[in-house]
Ligand binder design. Sequence first.
Ligand SMILES: [Zn+2]
Length: 260
Amino acid sequence: MVAALASFLDARKNGGAWHLRIDDIDPPREVPGSVESILSTLAVHGLHWDGPVRYQSQSSPDYERALGQLEADGWLFRCLCTRNDLKTHGACGQNCRGKVVDVNAPHSLRVIVSVSDMSGFNDGFLGFQSALGRQIPDDFIVRRRDGLFAYQLAAAIDDAVPRHTHVVRGADLLESTHRQRWLHQILGLTSPHYAHVPVIVDENGNKLSKQTGAEAINLSTPIATLRRCLAHLSQTPPPPSALSIEDILDHATAYWTGTL
Ligand SMILES: [Zn+2]
């Protein structure tokens, strides 16, 4: 909700359109009803998106084309590692790069990474971000062992659509941004502007999410939720006279001090 609100306000403040994309490329992990729940949660909080919802599950040809280009340009290699073989951060654990691998053996596809060639970027909230010194795994996976497209590939391709000028999302994705920008770089795509907002964490510093057992957002108190999200984003609190969702969002848009 924090990331959705921040990106919504940033788009509204700057006269942009706010597009909604559902990253549904991992059917084994999909929870039935979760997409409907996301759409209704946004709507209940007055966050209405522009244009049709884009579903990644319908974009396979785009991802396939990108993989073909990476393969043709010599950026990919086959990795035979199973989960048990991987090093920290999911890195290849058996030096699969450079090995001749039977194409019929189960494998993932990894992209060759050169952190020293990664360009930094100006983040809308965090200022300049360099890839150097960050824990960016070498040679990350772009197609999984089970044949599914990896999140990094799909997000990189979709974010680089020319009409997408700004991506506002949680700071937990900062490392992913470096990887996705690397894909843009070697594919010759233009990266959008990025802004990473602070995520909400529990007492142990873990991001609140379904994976860590966080409860769903209470849909009966949208105004209170919006106010809490604005406070988390260090925004000017809407006055007590702002009593409707529309009032809150109008005020928040007018006073938005978001991205650079
Ligand atoms: Zn490997």
